[in-house]
Design a binder for this molecule. Sequence first.
Ligand SMILES: Cc1cc2nc3c(=O)[nH]c(=O)nc-3n(C[C@H](O)[C@H](O)[C@H](O)COP(=O)(O)OP(=O)(O)OC[C@H]3O[C@@H](n4cnc5c(N)ncnc54)[C@H](O)[C@@H]3O)c2cc1C
Length: 411
Amino acid sequence: MSQTAERSAIEDLGEFRGRAVEFLEAHASQIGGNDEFVWGEGDDFVGIVEEGDPETEAASVAAARAWAALRFDAGFGWIDGPAELGGGGLTGAHLRAYRSLESRYDLPDQSVFTIGLGMVAPTIAAHARPDVAAQYLAPLHRGDVIACQLFSEPGAGSDLASLSTRAVADGDEWVVDGQKVWTSNAHHAGIGEIICRTDPDAPKHAGMTAFIVDMHAPGVEVRPLRQMTGGAGFNEVFFTGVRIPDSHRLGAVGEGWGVALTTLMNERASIGSGMGLAKGPGPFERLVALTRHVGADADPVTRDRLARLYTTHVVNGLTAKRATAALRSGGLPGPELSILKLAGTEHLLAIADYVAGVLGPALCADTGEWGTFAWTKLVCGVPGGRLGGGSDEIVRNIIGERVLGLPREPR
Ligand SMILES: Cc1cc2nc3c(=O)[nH]c(=O)nc-3n(C[C@H](O)[C@H](O)[C@H](O)COP(=O)(O)OP(=O)(O)OC[C@H]3O[C@@H](n4cnc5c(N)ncnc54)[C@H](O)[C@@H]3O)c2cc1C
């Protein structure tokens, strides 16, 4: 029995917490107790994701990887993973206990791993050959490998099943030609989960197959796309004669749609529960301070709007807790998690509208005044949030048809 497996058999939560605190205290510092928002102090950045120039981004990814490796080597990187694959062999309760402790410490931003760990890793665990799953799951959790999601194409977004990137069998390999787009973090990724058309004559949902592709293989070209926020977090990816071994197929030939659904369910769960501002105290403290700063806090209409935002902020937090509790008690991410995604994007849109109304021209004209122009990144980032992970309209269709049981949209 390995040391980790032995520990999993005997370690109670109290002992585990003690070990976790010891590790965190040795390698990180606690977030200061006084995180009250003070107008004019510190960084005034406010946005949905942190974005920097290429050098800042590279440094941030390096710091994220270093922390992931340190944590993994100490036994906290894949707490509930099977011991035989390099995981801790412990339970979901141990994982939640660790996450709760870790959230009290000031650590490098880990969002570069969100797609790999939240969406691609569960898909690999469910659909890859055991030896291929063993090859990738521990490196993904250790931060050695970053994964991206190669689904959308210029002609296939909401209607993903219209995708046309081809994979043609050639011996025990597949040859891929085509283009993907909006691929978040492809420029950092070592592997991608790609859905390809393998049978153009089959009905469109039946002619697709999923693979793990090596992002450094000959014929893969990643080109950055700049967004209106100024960041370039996603990319176009071109595939020209890229070879994928058949061992790297996910699921059976022709069953890529089912594989994609595994990823998409996990995507809505991780987007929905993580929906919010990138850093700093809660958005509400910032909004109150901004409202006071511009002298709008005595205006009854503004106060009413602010109260509504606060109510939504609290209700969304409770919905996220309820959804997380359902997942903890063994449920799989279901269509009801789409509610969280929609509620999160609607709330961000309402914040953006409020801020635009309160700030007026100061939102888009940089006067150098602290905490004013800074809101443009949020306002320009909200439309992306309303598209990524399923557009608002598609999410409404899912809620209508699969949660509320309403008649299906005419198709
Ligand atoms: C920030 C961000 C990150 C992303 N990251 C990734 C990634 O890592 N990997 C990846 O593969 N993709 C990624 N995407 C792409 C994302 O999945 C697509 O943008 C999304 O699926 C919508 O597709 P589309 O952009 O082609 O829009 P379209 O599908 O062309 O939709 C255009 C408009 O038509 C509406 N519409 C379409 N169909 C219907 C319908 N049946 N009923 C009602 N309205 C409809 C949509 O709601 C939308 O308003 C990302 C997108 C964003 C914004």
